[in-house]
Design a protein around this ligand. Structure first.
Ligand code: IMP
Length: 439
């Protein structure tokens, strides 16, 4: 059985949670490998809505092994709140495993995230202000606090003191903030440690043992390729690597343990926060798509920027992630448009043409999209369960995307519910019985 990586190939919010949730049904282990509670997954099942930020999507499947890998940054308050909420709703959380090496978001990381954004003023990145960037910065500076440190009071205190020392100047204005009191912080974090201790484990070994048993492992990415700190629209990116390669590092497996990489894209584009977005729309059409698609952040509630599907960026994501299949979500949102546009090339300020994603940020900031117009459709797609149920124009739209980036579409989202999907022939192969899933 393969290791399959599920990643976003736009700017996040592509609907990875639902896809992982579907695959989790057959998976033996679901692993999150990067990001933190800057992510937000909405899963609709049995008429109930679940909004998860840190938990792997597989947690809704009783007893499924769900791993928070070493590459994730954990806000233990969010984690314990999610555990409480799941238990309150009678979800079995016994399958959760948390890497002892994962880094912790501390109160000062959130304050620094806030302060950094305020300082940047008009240039701000539009972070989720969850402390993600400062936490990864401390990890790289070797000043991070890890899950395992919660289990040793002396070490925890020592490490907090060491981490705070170089931040004194930046934290000066928060000097009296009770959250920063060493004793209070240590006690609070020790309490979290007691709560999560039963779940702490050597998760890399757990994943490897599952692979050895020939089990199916789903590596669940957060955010999206264009928010990657190395390959995204830097500095308007997150502080981790949401690309497929990061699954190895963030879960503790080797490249040969990955067999499939599925890239999730919406049928159009969205972005939250600042940064270039060459196919961005504004005006009534943007408002219409935003409302139809419910494009408001799960984590921050911010209205998302909306645009046409960008195939130049998608082709770039295919290259970076060696995608084996595409999942196109929210196709139903496009119903009712007479004409649909997809961006097939960028044009720069000096009329230069770009078939490939430009490496120079200044260029990218000034390009505009050139579009291919495709016929739209009026039919409501939410009841479609096979490719044949789709209107001809919707099938052509998907075919155009697949041909352009040379990756087959495995799965299509036609509504928010977990059963509102179409498994294509390409997807059914990977998934075994498509019928079993759509039933
Ligand atoms: P950070 O990850 O909070 O540091 O935010 C950095 C950038 O990534 C900002 O533009 C955020 O809006 C964006 N971002 C972070 N997480 C997500 C996500 O899960 N979906 C979409 N955008 C995200």
């Amino acid at each position: 059985m393969p290791g399959i990586v599920i990643i976003g190939v736009q700017w996040g919010d592509e609907g990875k949670g639902k896809v992982t949730d579907l695959l989790a049904e057959r998976a033996d282990v679901v692993v999150r490998f990067q990001g933190g509670n800057n992510a937000g997954h909405t899963i609709v099942r049995g008429g109930e809505t679940w909004k998860l930020h840190l938990m792997p999507s597989g947690i809704l499947h009783p007893g499924k092994l769900c791993v928070i890998g070493n590459g994730v940054v954990i806000d233990p308050k969010v984690l314990t709140d999610e555990l409480d909420e799941l238990r309150r709703r009678q979800v079995d959380t016994s399958g959760l495993r948390i890497s002892a090496n994962a880094h912790l978001i501390m109160p000062y990381h959130k304050l620094l995230d806030d302060a950094g954004e305020i300082k940047l003023g008009k240039l701000q990145i539009g972070t989720t202000r969850r402390g993600i960037g400062p936490c990864y910065a401390d990890k790289a500076a070797r000043l991070g606090i890890r899950v395992q440190d919660l289990l040793d009071e002396k070490i925890l205190k020592k490490k907090i003191v060491a981490a705070l020392e170089p931040k004194r100047l930046s934290l000066r204005e928060y000097a009296k903030d009770p959250q920063l009191d060493l004793q209070t912080m240590t006690e609070e974090y020790l309490t979290y440690g007691h709560r999560i201790e039963p779940y702490v484990a050597d998760t890399s070994r757990i994943v490897l043992e599952a692979l050895d048993r020939d089990e199916l492992i789903v590596f669940e990415g957060a955010q999206g390729t264009l928010l990657d700190i190395d390959h995204g629209t830097y500095p308007f990116v997150t502080s981790s690597n949401p690309v497929a390669g990061a699954a190895c590092i963030g879960a503790g497996v080797g490249p040969k343990d990955i067999d499939e990489v599925w890239g999730i894209t919406k049928a159009y584009g969205t972005r939250v926060g600042a940064g270039p977005f060459p196919t961005e729309l504004d005006g009534p059409l943007a408002d219409e798509l935003r409302d139809r698609g419910g494009e408001y952040g799960t984590t921050t509630g911010r209205a998302r920027r909306v645009g046409w599907l960008d195939l130049v960026a998608l082709r770039y994501a295919v290259r970076l992630n060696s995608l084996t299949a595409l999942v196109v979500t929210k196709l139903d949102v496009l119903s009712g448009q007479r004409v649909l546009k997809v961006c097939t090339r960028y044009r720069g300020e000096d009329e230069a043409e770009f078939d490939h994603f430009p490496w120079h940020q200044t260029v990218l900031h000034h390009v505009v999209g050139e579009y291919r117009e495709l016929p739209g459709w009026n039919e409501d797609l939410r009841d479609c369960r096979s490719e044949d149920d789709l209107p001809e124009a919707a099938r052509s739209y998907l075919q155009f995307i697949a041909d352009f980036v040379r990756v087959p579409v495995a799965l299509i989202g036609v509504g928010p519910g977990r059963d509102e999907v179409i498994w294509t022939r390409a997807g059914a192969g990977m998934h075994g019985s498509a019928a079993a899933v759509t039933a």
